[in-house]
Write a protein that binds this ligand. Structure first.
Ligand code: E4P
Length: 222
């Protein structure tokens, strides 16, 4: 399973890429608005330049024609841009046309295996089940990811399962076990994944033991 960062913050993307563990980025209108980017196109192009992998940028139109117009424009902003559309009837219709044109689509706001199945049939490159929001609504979000992965494997669909709305590190492990191709995670979750108190204690003890023997005054003066 690969990891994408779910952010529109340049600094976070830069750091994730620097760590060598992030191979793509997803954004949405909320994340872009949170950063207050004055120019959406410039922000998407900047992020696309920071990471080699796919960068999802969401359109705002809700009707098929509007989605297709926006998608064709956004697709021209950078070679690694992926257009994000909501899974609606218009979103599916737009996807089936755009995917035949070679435009990569991430169908977002997926909350059921049936929606994901339709996304695959429409030719989406990614489908994004929203795990945390399903959990918030009292469902088992990760069970939907597992169902989708099973259906896609069984039917030989090539659409990638992108586990989204990830809230904590355990979600990542479970998404990988469930068969997700990608998990898109907030920067905070990436930092939480790195941390372990026993790692910190272990480092401190190694240094302390080393210094006791090799950094005593009499050893240093030899
Ligand atoms: C996915 O692409 C979305 O941007 C994101 O994961 C939504 O997460 P949220 O439910 O935390 O807003």
């Amino acid at each position: 399973m690969r990891l994408f960062l779910d952010t529109a913050n340049f600094k976070e993307v830069r750091h994730g890429v620097e760590l060598g563990v992030i191979s793509g980025v997803t954004t949405n209108p909320t994340l872009v608005a949170k950063e207050g980017h004055p120019d959406f196109k410039a922000a998407v192009r900047e992020i696309c330049g920071l990471v080699d992998g796919p960068v999802s940028a969401e359109v705002l139109s809700l009707d098929r024609q509007g989605m297709m117009r926006e998608a064709r424009e956004v697709a021209g902003w950078a070679p690694n841009v992926v257009v994000k559309l909501p899974i609606t009837a218009d979103g599916l219709a737009a996807t089936s046309v755009l995917s035949r044109e070679g435009i990569k689509i991430n169908l977002t706001l997926c909350f059921s295996a049936n929606q994901a199945l339709l996304a695959a049939l429409a030719g989406a490159t990614f489908v994004s089940p929203f795990v945390g929001r399903l959990d918030d609504a009292g469902h088992d979000g990760m069970a939907i990811v597992a169902d989708i992965a099973q259906v896609f494997a069984r039917c030989h669909y090539t659409t990638q399962v992108l586990a989204a709305s990830i809230r904590h590190p355990l979600h990542c492990v479970v998404a990988a076990k469930a068969g997700a191709d990608v998990a898109t995670i907030p920067y905070k979750v990436l930092m939480q994944m790195i941390q372990h108190p026993l790692t910190d204690i272990g480092i401190a003890r190694f240094l302390e033991d080393w210094r006791k023997v090799y950094e005593r005054e009499e050893v240093k003066t030899l």
